[in-house]
Design a protein around this ligand. Structure first.
Ligand code: DGY
Length: 323
């Protein structure tokens, strides 16, 4: 019997890749950069399955062009804002994602950004390398205390909760604003968004990107923050209005920000945000530990193979497809 044919939009880590290649007839896109939209469309046409990354836009027209035989889309990420889930559901195509496995790794990185921004680690490194370290100074590179500060967490799913656990170790007071219902937890205080913005020393974003969260943090929200506030974004870039962020950092409306995600991604080298010293930017690597990326690839392969076999995906982002 012939194997199902699939397109994989980027090289996967081992052992996930070998397992996939044994089970299916796969074309794996070999380049570092993703296939452009026309190539992606061309390569997906006629395939039974698609394994993609968050950099690939999977819209209705791509599914249309793929053909009726396309029976599974497996996204190697927990976020699925790059996939038109409603269109996939309408077409009866289950979409897989990778929840849970990257929770702790992502929370570690959110906290690493928080600490680095609070204690100006990136500026301090540049200061030494630039030959500016002439003596021990009483007021050199003063930062903010993390211990005992108030952390506002926006979005209290798995990753938000994991960040709260880390904050407990630092004796932080944790405020939570969660657009969806949150279970009782006596280590945090649930509040409305405006209270969180006004009272937090650090604000960390952990919500998915959708039409309700697009530019959730804009000019009005920045104006409600304290001047010393540090904003951390490991969720999705467009949750923050980049122009408003630039103004808030440039004018001292907030103290600092640390981003793992930006809008757009990647950020062009001449983007105004990159002129700011009070901003740390990482290239979307919060889940990038060797172990976690390997497990994400395994989950993505599990989802793909289940979909190809006509089985329910172990991790399905559009369970309504089964109704
Ligand atoms: C995701 O999975 O959605 C992260 O942004 C990358 O790991």
């Amino acid at each position: 019997m012939s194997k199902p044919i699939v397109f994989v939009t980027r090289m996967l880590p081992q052992p996930a890749l070998s397992r996939l290649l044994e089970a299916v007839d796969a074309e794996v896109w070999p380049a570092e950069l993703p296939p452009d939209p026309d190539t992606l469309r061309l390569k997906t046409a006629g395939r039974d399955g698609l394994l993609c990354l968050l950099t690939d836009r999977i819209d209705d027209s791509l599914m249309e062009a793929a053909g009726l035989q396309l029976r599974v889309i497996s996204n190697c990420a927990v976020g699925v804002d790059n996939v038109d889930l409603a269109a996939a559901t309408r077409r009866g195509i289950p979409v897989g994602n990778t929840p849970g496995i990257l929770t702790e790794t992502t929370a570690d990185f959110a906290f690493a950004l928080l600490m680095a921004a609070a204690r100006r680690v990136v500026e301090a490194d540049a200061y030494v390398r630039d030959g500016k370290w002439h003596t021990w100074g009483l007021t050199t590179l003063l930062g903010q205390d993390v211990y005992g500060a108030t952390l506002g967490i926006i979005g209290f799913g798995r990753i938000g909760q994991a960040v709260a656990r880390r904050a407990a170790g630092f004796g932080m007071r944790v405020l939570v604003y969660s657009p969806s219902t949150t279970q009782e937890d006596n280590t945090i205080t649930q509040t409305d968004l405006h209270t969180l913005l006004a009272e937090s020393d650090f604000i960390s974003l952990h919500i998915p990107l959708n039409k309700h969260t697009h530019h959730l943090i804009g000019p009005d929200e920045f104006s409600r923050m304290k001047p010393g506030t540090i904003l951390i974004n490991t969720a999705r870039g467009p949750v923050v209005d980049p122009e408003a962020l630039y103004t808030a950092l440039k004018t001292g409306q907030i103290a600092r920000a640390a981003l793992d995600v930006t809008a757009p991604e990647p950020l062009p080298a001449d983007h105004p945000l990159l002129t700011l010293d009070n901003l740390i930017i990482a290239p979307h690597i919060a889940s990038a530990s060797q172990a976690t990326r390997g497990k994400m690839a395994e989950m993505a392969v599990d989802n793909l193979l289940a979909g190809l076999a006509g089985e329910r995906l172990p991790y399905c982002a559009n369970p309504a497809v089964y109704h």
